[in-house]
Design a protein around this ligand. Structure first.
Ligand SMILES: [Zn+2]
Length: 416
């Protein structure tokens, strides 16, 4: 018989879809790696064959997810990509291990790669986690990012470079053969690099369609860096699964997204823009002048406006976004959810959905809900995150994180 654990006296946030959901006073029974039952009140179990853990009223919610992760950026990252690429691989891998462990300890049980700096970062971390060598979340691994000749990143130092549909197809096939399942392509510029403004468009429909078809053949999917409207529209109409940033949205982009409502997700990275615009990066040389020159203040306003439109149109949003800078430190990932509540008027439950129930269909796993039959990836937390979304960022509130039905992290200050 499978291992059975009863989480007794919990207050459960199921994330079953109701944006007005309140915490349920209940018990959660786990069997093996799955949730076997979620019941209101106390569940009668045979205590001889079931481990009973009394949570004394702590909140249980689904493990969180981040859809835009760079495992390659170490805990002390200060925007020097070249230095990371040049770090000896063994030393660098220890940094990656510390990062994936930080995700897990922060309540994040699933992450989607958004491009690595050394080719095997996501893949090696995933293998080591699955082999039980190191703690970490489920990883949907990315590989090296891919740029177009002449586009952002095309100096070839940190990205692979494709000249046309055929060479892009080759790169996608090779990465997929290595095990990559979330491919990351650059189809727009970025205000922070003045030579490549956000409204620039790289690649074309033919290239993106070829990449999507090749990835699909391997059971993988395409994600893109797309900040300007034209790049978002192109990504939506060619079958890209995750569109990162989507800072500017015109009617054409919105219509293209609406046409694919069931199989496209937008991952904005709102907190990153907010932190830069608010001057949090000033101590690291991102001065007010540089922020103005990047156009980010305008992008932030456009992104907030765009997210409101996406929400009204029922386009699914995935939480995530470039955490790991000193001004968006590793471990503060749930600040993204706070921004959705503060700037986009989401309810806390809706914001939590962007990190939980919205993930399952993207990664093809029964995750992101506290529901019978789902994987038992859970966070145990003191306090009610539906009343105060910032609790999710507070390490001392986190009692434990379960993955596959096992306690993968236990706060040593809470359970000495
Ligand atoms: Zn990124």
């Amino acid at each position: 018989m499978a291992d059975r654990t009863l989480l007794r006296n919990a207050r459960v946030l199921t994330c079953s879809g109701d944006p007005t959901e309140r915490l349920l006073d209940g018990d959660v029974l786990l069997e093996g790696d799955r949730i076997a039952a979620v019941t209101p009140g106390r569940l009668a179990v045979d205590e001889a064959s079931t481990r009973v853990v009394d949570l004394a009223g702590a909140t249980v919610l689904p493990g969180l997810g981040d859809a835009h992760v760079h495992t390659s950026w170490p805990l002390d990252f200060v925007f020097d990509h070249g230095a990371i690429a040049a770090t000896p691989p063994a030393r660098h891998m220890l940094d990656v291990v510390a990062v994936v462990r930080t995700f897990l300890e922060s309540g994040y049980t699933q992450i989607i790669g958004a491009g690595v700096t050394q080719p095997g970062d996501d893949l090696l971390a995933k293998q080591a986690i699955e082999a039980g060598l190191i703690p970490g979340p489920r990883i949907v691994p990315s590989g090296m990012m891919v740029a177009e000749v002449g586009g952002l990143g095309s100096d070839g130092e940190l990205m692979e470079v494709a000249a046309d549909a055929a060479s892009l197809r080759e790169i996608v096939a090779r990465q997929c053969d290595q095990g990559v399942t979330a491919l990351k392509l650059f189809v727009s510029g970025d205000g922070v690099v003045p030579a490549h403004p956000s409204e620039d468009v790289y690649m074309d429909d033919e290239m993106l369609s070829a990449a999507v078809a090749e990835a699909d053949r391997h059971g993988a999917f395409i994600t893109v860096h797309a900040r300007g409207s034209a790049s978002v529209a192109m990504a939506a109409r060619t079958g890209v699964r995750i569109i990162h940033h989507a800072c500017f949205l015109d009617d054409e982009a919105l219509t293209a997204l609406e046409a694919r409502r069931d199989d496209v997700w937008v991952c904005p990275g709102l907190h990153y823009l907010y932190a830069v615009v608010r001057g949090h990066a000033r101590p690291w040389g991102i001065t007010e002048e540089r922020v103005e020159a990047s156009g980010y203040p305008r992008e932030l306003r456009a992104q907030v406006d765009g997210l409101r439109k996406l929400r009204a149109a029922g386009i699914k949003i995935l939480s995530g976004g470039d955490f790991g800078h000193q001004w968006t430190r590793h471990g503060t990932y749930a600040a993204e959810l706070e921004r959705y509540v503060e700037l986009v008027d989401m309810s806390p439950v809706e914001a939590i959905h962007t990190a939980t129930r919205n993930f399952g269909p993207v990664v093809g796993l029964p995750t992101g809900q506290v529901r019978e039959g789902y994987l038992a990836d859970l966070v145990v937390l003191d306090g009610d995150p539906t009343a105060d979304i910032t609790l999710l960022q507070q390490p001392d509130r986190r009692r434990a994180v379960l993955k596959d039905g096992r306690f993968a992290y236990v706060n040593p200050d809470v359970f000495p």
